[in-house]
Design a protein around this ligand. Structure first.
Ligand code: ADP
Ligand code: MG
Length: 375
């Protein structure tokens, strides 16, 4: 093991993914320093040290680099430059290069297409002039997505005509975008894997994901899809990780079409919301695996111990009061996770709960009943 328990490890980003990473790291005896520009953040509040500074504050990066033995990220929008800078001090995973591809939808799509991976048909739109009668009409109706900083369906607009596309592009202040053909999705799944410095790869069980208004609502595990599709998804995910020379935890989101075709939607260079179930339903969670890979430790078993359904708790549930958590906790196999965010806003991820059961269908019916009781 390169980094031993007791050491300080660094984390860029202070959100909920970072909080769950920090908890896993602390559980194994590590200490954590979080760099995040917000004063009150889910991970910053529980870490041993919080550097409250911009991601490109070089003084803060110098402190992080010189006091930590390894650094990772929980947020794909950290400037890749910050990761590159830290590499002169210590172990950094994932690399600046992987993050710079995953954080930009244009580079991401071009990278995937160049390596022969199937993605939704798309066009790159940099300027108003790119929207003309020359544009491939078969991309409409489509979804216009800003190339940077979009998440949870933000920075996306459905467009059905050239006029609507122009308007949407103007509403995004002419920032570079991807126009993607709107596809009839049969289902959505995600593969989370971890790839170590030695090239060893472990895969988490495939999650079947349901979205509401572009935001993940539920993940169902194991995914109720053909074994052959699962095998293909693992194979594609492994190839993407290899093409990126990836080290760390990586999530690949897939679209599955009615004819069984499997396309890559997007990649995330970090643990993923659709892998939160692993905290309660796998021998090793995605966060513990991120700690292990960063520290050069052997990876743990990702075996699923029970079927599970994870449900996100969005700020919409708060309305006037805190929801009544007994409605979750009265179910003996439901596990509640709250991220300690003080302000609830519509669409903001405040926490999640995971229900365990003998089968995915059984877990789903319990999760739906709990969700209904909370509303
Ligand atoms: P985000 O970064 O917000 O997760 P995604 O590109 O994954 O952005 O889009 C969010 C969701 O919107 C997807 O999970 C899917 O449900 C829907 N979506 C996105 N692109 C398409 C598409 N080309 N066709 C159909 N649905 C799509
Ligand atoms: Mg997505």
């Amino acid at each position: 093991m390169n980094i031993k328990p007791g050491a300080m490890i660094g984390l860029l980003g202070g959100g909920q993914l970072g909080r769950m990473f920090t908890m896993s790291a602390q559980c194994m005896g590590y200490r954590v320093t979080v760099l995040d520009p917000t004063k009150d953040s889910p991970a910053g509040n529980i870490a041993e040290r919080h550097l409250c500074a911009d991601y490109l504050d070089y003084q803060a990066l110098d402190i992080l680099g010189s006091t930590c033995e390894g650094v990772t990220t929980e947020f794909e929008n950290v400037p890749a430059e910050a990761l590159r800078y830290l590499m002169k001090y210590c172990m950094v995973s994932p690399t600046a290069e992987s993050v710079s591809i995953a954080q930009n939808r244009i580079l991401e799509k071009q990278f995937l297409a160049k390596h022969g991976f199937a993605v939704a048909p798309f066009a790159v739109i940099h300027h108003q002039q790119d929207i003309s009668s020359q544009l491939d009409a078969s991309l409409l109706p489509g979804i216009l997505k800003v190339s940077r900083f979009g998440y949870d369906g933000k920075g996306q607009q459905k467009v059905a005509s050239i006029d609507a596309l122009s308007q949407a592009f103007a509403s995004f202040r002419h920032e570079s975008c991807i126009l993607e053909k709107m596809l009839p999705l049969d289902s959505e799944i995600s593969v989370i894997l971890a790839r170590g410095h030695d090239g060893q790869v472990t895969y988490f069980p495939v999650a079947e994901n349901r979205h509401v208004q572009g935001i993940l609502d539920m993940s169902i595990i194991p995914a109720r899809i053909a074994q052959e599709t699962i095998r293909q998804a693992y194979e594609i995910a492994q190839q993407v990780a290899a093409c990126l020379n990836y080290i760390g935890v990586l999530c690949i989101e897939f679209f599955i079409l009615a004819d069984g075709q499997i396309l890559i939607n997007e990649i995330a260079p970090r643990p993923h919301n659709s892998g939160h179930y692993s905290l309660d339903a796998c021998i090793t969670s995605q966060f513990e695996q991120q700690v292990r890979v960063l520290c050069g430790a052997p990876q743990g078993s990702t075996e699923l111990t029970q079927a599970a359904v994870m449900t996100n708790l969005l700020g919409d549930l708060w309305q006037d009061n805190e929801p009544d958590w007994h409605r979750v906790l009265c179910h003996p196999t439901a596990k509640l996770h709250l991220y300690g965010k003080r302000e609830a806003r519509p669409g903001r991820k405040m926490g999640h709960f995971t229900v365990l059961a003998a089968t995915a269908d059984e877990a789903l019916s319990h999760a739906q009943a709990i969700k209904h009781a909370l509303q």
